[in-house]
Design a protein around this ligand. Structure first.
Ligand code: NAI
Length: 467
C-alpha cells in the first residue's frame, strides 16, 4: 500500500469523513483512519442516526396508539415488536455506513482500518489487532470526536445504567426510566422510551432544561413534554445510583433545600454531556496543546499548536454537533488546499428531534441582553397557522429576534412540528444578512408551517395578518 499522503484524517465521523472527501475532491492524496470497524463515527453508529430512527418509529407507534382512532383511522391490536424496531434501526445504520465507504471509494480516499497514533508531526502509526503500519502525511487532521461523560461514582454498564449508546439498544421497554440530565440526549431518548410506554422522570441540575437555549422556548418545551407525560425534577443534583434487589435507586439533592430524595428506576440513562476524546493520540509528545476542558486548542484556521496538524469537531471548542464538525472538515480541507476555508460560528443551527421539534439559530434573548444589544421580538403561534391546525400540530411558536435599529435578524427560535427543516431557511437568511422585513416580504407557500416564520417576521414590525 502507498504510505505517503498529503492529508491523513484521524477519525471517520461526520467531521473526519467529510474532511477526507473534500480534501480528495481538491486533488489531495488523502487517507482516513478509523478504529470502530465502520465509518460514520458516533453520529451514524451510536448517535444522531439511530436516535432519529427510534424517534421516528416510536412516534409512529405512539400516534397509531393514541391518535389514529380519533382521526377516523380505526385499527386495533397495536403491538410493539421491539426486536423488529431495533433491527430496522440497525439496517438503516448499516446502509448509511456502507454508503460512506462507497463515497470513499468513489473519491479515492484510502480507508485505513485501525487506531491512529501520532508519532511526529508527519508520522501516523495505525494499529490494527497486533499489526502496526507507518504512514507519512504532509498534513494531519484530528477528528476523533467525543465520548460519554459521567458523574463521579456512577458507573455506566450499558445494561442497567446506560449512556445514549445503551439507551439506543434496550431489548425491553423499562417500566420506570430515570434520565439524569435534561439536555439534547436526555430529552430525545426520554421521549423515545416514554412513547413506547416507560414512566420517564428527568432529573436536571439547573432550574431549567436545555441549558443555553432561549429561556422562553425552553419553558414552553418543558410544558409540552410534561403534557406528554414526562416528569421533571429541576434544581436537583444526582449523587448516586445504587442497585437494590431488582431495581435501581437514584439519590439526588434538591439544590434549594439541600434535602436528599430518592427515585426508583428499572433503568437509568446518564445524559450529562460528552467530553472530547483524545486518548492514546500522543498529543503531549507532539506538543499539541489542550485547554482546561481537555479540548484541543486551535486558531481561526483550525490549526493546532503544531502548524500542519489541524483539529475539528467535538475535540475542539464549540457545540458538539455533527453539522458543525462537517463544516469544519470542509473548511480545513480547503485551507490545506490553499483556499479560504471558513466556518461562520454565528449561524450554526441546533435541533432537538422530539415531537414537536425545537430548532434554533443565532442569539437567544438572554445573550442579547447580556451583550446589551437592543432588539425587537416577533412571535407567531402554530395555533394560528392553518396547516398546523389541520394536521393537529398546534403546539409551539416561532420567535424572531431582530436588531432594533437595523432590523437585521439576530436569532430565530422555534418550537413546533417540522421546525428542524424550517430552521434552514432562517440560517440561509442570516448568512445573507437578512432583515426581518426581507423575510416578511418573501412569498411563503400556503398552506405550510413556514408561513408561521413569515408571520413572526411581520410581527417584528407589529403587523402579523393571522394573529
Ligand atoms: P447536554 O450538555 O445537552 O445536557 C446535559 C445536562 O445534564 C445539562 O442540562 C446539565 O445541567 C445536566 N447535568 C449535569 N450534571 C448533572 C447532575 N449531577 N444531576 C443532574 N443533572 C446534571 O448533554 P447531552 O444531552 O448529554 O448531549 C451531549 C452532546 O451531544 C451535546 O453537546 C449535544 O449537542 C449533542 N447531541 C446533539 C443532538 C442533536 O443535535 N439533536 C442529539 C444528542 C446529542
Amino acid at each position: 500500500m502507498e504510505n505517503n499522503f498529503d492529508v491523513i484524517v484521524i477519525g471517520g465521523g461526520p467531521g473526519g469523513y467529510v474532511c477526507a472527501i473534500r480534501a480528495a475532491q481538491l486533488g489531495l492524496k488523502t487517507a482516513c483512519v478509523e478504529s470502530r470497524g465502520a465509518l460514520g463515527g458516533t453520529c451514524l453508529n451510536i448517535g444522531c442516526i439511530p436516535s432519529k430512527s427510534l424517534l421516528n418509529l416510536s412516534e409512529n407507534f405512539h400516534k397509531a396508539k393514541k391518535d389514529f382512532n380519533n382521526q377516523g383511522i380505526e385499527i386495533s391490536d397495536i403491538k410493539l415488536n421491539i426486536e423488529k424496531m431495533m433491527s430496522n434501526k440497525n439496517k438503516s445504520i448499516q446502509t448509511l455506513t456502507k454508503g460512506v465507504e462507497f463515497l470513499f471509494k468513489k473519491n479515492k480516499v484510502t480507508y485505513l482500518k485501525g487506531k491512529g497514533v501520532l508519532f511526529s508531526s508527519n508520522d501516523v502509526v495505525v494499529y490494527n489487532d497486533n499489526k502496526k503500519e507507518n504512514f507519512k502525511a504532509k498534513n494531519i487532521v484530528i477528528a476523533t470526536g467525543s465520548d460519554v461523560a459521567t458523574i463521579p461514582g456512577i458507573t455506566i454498564d450499558e445494561k442497567n445504567i446506560v449512556s445514549s449508546t445503551g439507551a439506543l439498544s434496550l431489548d425491553k421497554v423499562p417500566k420506570k426510566l430515570v434520565v439524569i440530565g435534561g439536555g439534547y440526549i436526555g430529552l430525545e431518548m426520554g421521549s423515545v422510551w416514554s412513547r413506547l410506554g416507560s414512566e420517564v422522570t428527568v432529573i436536571e441540575y439547573l432550574d431549567h432544561i436545555t441549558p443555553g437555549m432561549d429561556k422562553e422556548i425552553s419553558k414552553e418545551f418543558q410544558k409540552i413534554l410534561n403534557k406528554q407525560g414526562i416528569k421533571f425534577r429541576l434544581n436537583s443534583k444526582v449523587d448516586s445510583v445504587n442497585k437494590q434487589s431488582n431495581s435501581l435507586i437514584v439519590e439526588f439533592t434538591d439544590n434549594k433545600t439541600s434535602k436528599t430524595e430518592k427515585a426508583e428506576a428499572d433503568k437509568v440513562l446518564v445524559a450529562v454531556g460528552r467530553k472530547p476524546y483524545t486518548e492514546g493520540l500522543n498529543l503531549s509528545k507532539i506538543g499539541i496543546k489542550k485547554d482546561k476542558k481537555g479540548r484541543i486548542e486551535v486558531n481561526e484556521k483550525l490549526q493546532t499548536s503544531v502548524k500542519n496538524i489541524y483539529a475539528i469537531g467535538d475535540v475542539i471548542k464549540g457545540p458538539m454537533l455533527a453539522h458543525k464538525a462537517e463544516d469544519e472538515g470542509i473548511a480545513v480541507a480547503e485551507v490545506i488546499a490553499g483556499q479560504a476555508g471558513h466556518v461562520n460560528y454565528d449561524v450554526i443551527p441546533g435541533v432537538i428531534y422530539t415531537s414537536p421539534e425545537v430548532a434554533t439559530v443565532g442569539k437567544t434573548e438572554e445573550q442579547l441582553k447580556l451583550e446589551k444589544i437592543s432588539y425587537k421580538v416577533g412571535k407567531f403561534p402554530f395555533l394560528a397557522n392553518s396547516r398546523a391546525k389541520v394536521n393537529n400540530e398546534t403546539d409551539g411558536f416561532v420567535k424572531i429576534l431582530a436588531d432594533d435599529k437595523t432590523d437585521k435578524v439576530l436569532g430565530v427560535h422555534i418550537i413546533g412540528s417540522h421546525c428542524g427543516n424550517m430552521i434552514a431557511e432562517m440560517a440561509l437568511a442570516m448568512e445573507f444578512g437578512a432583515s426581518a422585513e426581507d423575510i416578511a416580504r418573501t412569498c411563503h407557500a400556503h398552506p405550510t408551517h413556514t408561513e408561521a416564520i413569515k408571520e413572526a417576521a411581520l410581527a417584528v414590525d407589529k403587523r402579523p395578518i393571522h394573529f
